[in-house]
Design a protein around this ligand. Structure first.
Ligand code: PMP
Length: 435
């Protein structure tokens, strides 16, 4: 009616009503239509803060537009080749369910926990870390809300503005704005077949900080060799270089157990070790941990208490039960077996669809294929065109990659979805190349 009376488009009317609803000027009640609210004029006349100015005032700048698009479309796009998480059919649902039920029975309160996190969880982690050659104590472990929070705490508590952070030239950290909140400077390092080429780090003035994912890297999928690990640590000890070692994918080996983490060789305390269950159990638990020298752990714990007063008590108790369950090793093994099948199917699909156009790695673990495309392919156009056809695939540019690559994950999409997704990508790439 309104549209006819005022000769405007119907969607304009809908938008206007939605805005008035958001302002509280009109109210919609089920079965009673839309009415003007009784206090509508006072609502309209009260001065609204200038939110546009506020929303850009904080220390975090906006995410890159491509990453914003990925974050939004992740939940609505049918074929998710972008998602670095276990798909619904790989999620160890039974194990998590049992552990959660137990936690609900065990907890006598749901109160806050000590600043370092649940003691039972830290004890369980001391045992788990032993299996990775890391000898530590409950006082050297801080439980965080996912390992991303550990990075945020490091940034907030340890870094001076302008600190130089060395990373692989394409790195997970490139997709995070955490370090930029303290105006840290990125310094990309080349990666060869043995891992990070650390000797490119200038030693004078004293180097500042290195971030690395030595085992099943995100996004490159690479593994640093044992020799490179020990050489890197010798270098770090000589030049007092602190290292953030991110081990998110360590448990997910598909061929053989990977080399021990840097932390296992860390005799001088150079390494801040980050762990998480986000990749091998459930990111929704939002539990990670940091292992480091006591002075650092205590300082970060103090900052965490100021920020959020601790990670979820329920999640931490659930994780205690998961890690100490007798069939936990079998849960992990089953997951590796399933992921291995997916990797093989994904590699076969890539050969069938992109074999003559692109090259890629054969990941020995983790989730990621780094697919190198011909230089002529325009990545932003490919990204948008794929999205329009229901396929989300991350352009390497969001990881700061200097080359023309896509990061594809075989962990979320089923093998059939993966095949459909890369078939669509291959068609779009051929169309671009034939122009
Ligand atoms: N580190 C790496 C290398 C990752 O790939 C991810 C997840 N994409 C994380 C950390 C995030 O872990 P969490 O969920 O524990 O914060």
């Amino acid at each position: 009616e309104l549209a006819q009376t005022y000769r405007v488009n119907r969607s304009t009317i809908h938008t206007a009503i939605a805005e008035l609803q958001a302002l509280g000027v009109v109210m919609t009640a089920h079965g009673r239509g839309t009415r003007v609210a009784s206090n509508s004029w006072s609502t309209l006349l009260s001065a609204t803060p200038d939110w546009q100015r506020w929303v850009h005032a904080g220390e975090f700048s906006a995410n890159q537009p491509t990453i914003q698009t990925i974050n939004q479309r992740e939940f609505t796009t049918p074929i998710r080749l972008s998602t670095g998480e276990l798909g619904p059919d790989l999620f160890p649902r039974r194990a998590v369910q049992t552990a959660m039920h137990q936690a609900a029975d065990q907890l006598t309160t749901l109160n806050y926990l000590p600043a370092l996190g649940s003691l039972a969880l830290r004890e369980a982690l001391v045992q788990r870390l032993k299996t990775w050659g890391v000898q530590t104590t409950v006082d050297n472990i801080l439980i965080t809300s996912g390992s991303l929070q550990a990075l945020q705490l490091i940034t907030a508590a340890l870094l001076k503005p302008g600190t130089t952070v060395y990373t692989a030239a394409a790195s997970y950290l490139r997709s995070l704005r955490v370090l930029e909140s303290v105006q840290a400077k990125w310094a990309p390092l080349p990666v060869d077949e043995q891992g990070l080429a650390y000797w490119h780090i200038p030693v004078s003035p004293q180097p500042q900080l290195l971030y690395t994912v030595p085992t099943f890297d995100n996004p490159l999928g690479t593994v640093m060799t044992v020799q490179r690990r020990t050489d890197l640590l010798t270098f770090a000890q000589k030049y007092q270089l602190p290292i953030i070692e991110d081990t998110a994918y360590q448990e997910l080996w598909l061929d053989q157990r990977p080399p021990l983490p840097l932390k296992a060789h860390d005799t001088q305390g150079n390494v801040l070790y980050l762990g998480t269950v986000s990749k091998d159990l459930a990111p929704g638990l939002r539990v990670g941990w940091l292992v480091g020298p006591q002075a650092v752990v205590a300082r970060l714990a103090d900052v965490k208490m100021q920020m959020d007063y601790g990670a979820s008590t329920l999640s931490q108790q659930t994780l205690v039960n998961l890690l100490t369950a007798p069939d936990y090793p079998r849960t992990l093994q089953r997951l590796r077996d399933q992921l291995r099948e997916r990797r093989e199917a994904a590699l076969a699909s890539l050969t069938a669809t992109l074999g003559d156009l692109a090259t890629w790695n054969r990941p020995a673990g983790g989730f990621y294929l780094w697919v190198q495309l011909p230089a002529k392919v325009e990545l932003p156009r490919l990204f948008q065109a794929a999205l329009a056809q229901g396929v989300l695939a991350n352009p390497g540019t969001v990881y700061g990659a200097p080359t023309n690559a896509l990061r594809l994950s075989y962990a979320y999409a089923t093998p059939a979805e993966f095949r459909r997704g890369v078939t669509i990508l291959a068609t779009l790439i051929r169309q671009q190349l034939s122009r």
